[in-house]
Write a protein that binds this ligand. Sequence first.
Ligand SMILES: [Zn+2]
Length: 489
Amino acid sequence: MKFYNSLTRRKEVFTPRFDNKVSMYTCGPTVYHFAHIGNLRSYIMEDVLEKALRYEGYDVTRVMNITDVGHLASDADEGEDKMLKGARREHKTVMEIAQFYTDAFFADCAKLNIKTPDVVEPATNCIDDYIDMVTVLLDKGFAYQAGGNIYFDTTQLKRYYVFNDFQEDDLAVGVREDVDEDTNKRSKADFVLWFTKSKFEDQALKWDSPWGVGYPGWHIECSCISKKHLGEYLDLHCGGIDNMFPHHTNEIAQSESYLGHEWCKYWFHVHHLNTSDGKMSKSKGEFLTVSLLEQKGYDPLVYRLFCLQSHYRKSLVFTWENLDNAVTAYNKLLTRIAALNPDTGAEPNKEAAKPYQEKFQRSLDNDLNTANALSNIYDVLKGKNLDDATKLFLLGDYDTVLSLNLLEGAAKMRQAAKTASASAAADYVITAPADAAPELAEKVHDLLAQRGEARKNKNWAESDRIRDELKAQGIELKDFKGGVSWTKA
Ligand SMILES: [Zn+2]
């Protein structure tokens, strides 16, 4: 597989360190509010990446943290604590807020068919790990104590701005104007590893440490949680592009200084979702969440499809009109799949399917080109050398990566059509011989219901066609007012 590595700014062939084992880390949510669909775009595309790697036979272990402490309103070290802010807003304890929004996050993920990572670790579970790492960083001269806090000393690094897109000027970005700059820092780029002098008197969660009672900085979480579960080497780190700086830059600074060697080789970043007025999380004052989509009658999977239709390294513009277009595309797709017959009893032709699977894999291999992968679905539907059983097999196979409920959605559509025709035929009596075998009776019943429907619509040609089809099977019909009876010759 080839994808764009933010660290080298090139498309590269992905080669994990150990054979086919992939260690994958994802920055999880800060659980102080509902996730907006812009955040969820990252998680959808990371989910596709994980499933694409599994599709190619890699053995993936994926770890995600849950930030339930220490993330300030700015991604740098300034501003209010997000968790505390959420707790104040809702008159709950910080832990209640964390649990509520963690559950809400995974409920949203489930609706979007985002697989839960193999390991999910709340930041508050790993305090000892942070203390260990900070201790080592102090011992090695990569950190200093000032004004009661422990800071990472970025001047000790050969290169701090590892993602070339970012420079010192970017530090100002994300720091709100009404927030004072921290004068304890020796250098502007330095960042907090451990706070003891909290600006918030009522900081709810605090722990004992060699430097006094306090709480960890945000960035240290990911370095420690990744090391705890995935070891000293990480193959693949993902996140939204807004995490690239300072968060991911700081993770690399901490991890590599602690470990003394290169830490993670491949970095995968998903670009922003924007609304037409340029803001990411709101549209005309509405906070865009999965619940809001549902309230407005959208299947969350339509949003997943919407994300898959464009490339993860392009900004995506969200409008309700764009989402409506995705609804149309999704319904058309399911209608075409519903037209395939799932009951032919034929085995899928794996030989014929193989080139289609390879083509699908090539789409994914090409920097996770999901738009192309979606067009492969239409290739299958049009495939002249494929019977229905093979088509359905392939669509199910693709859906292990795309996760659009292609087969389930189509089955529901078939069922709905059946129910509709059954209710239309309810006032049309179909009488079978008492000794008819149940399987035959069901088959004939279905055909006669269709014939009844055709007669209701004065479609005599269809009515005759079905009569002839049954006659060929030795079945004679006798029409009467309001129904039909049949006998087997
Ligand atoms: Zn992180």
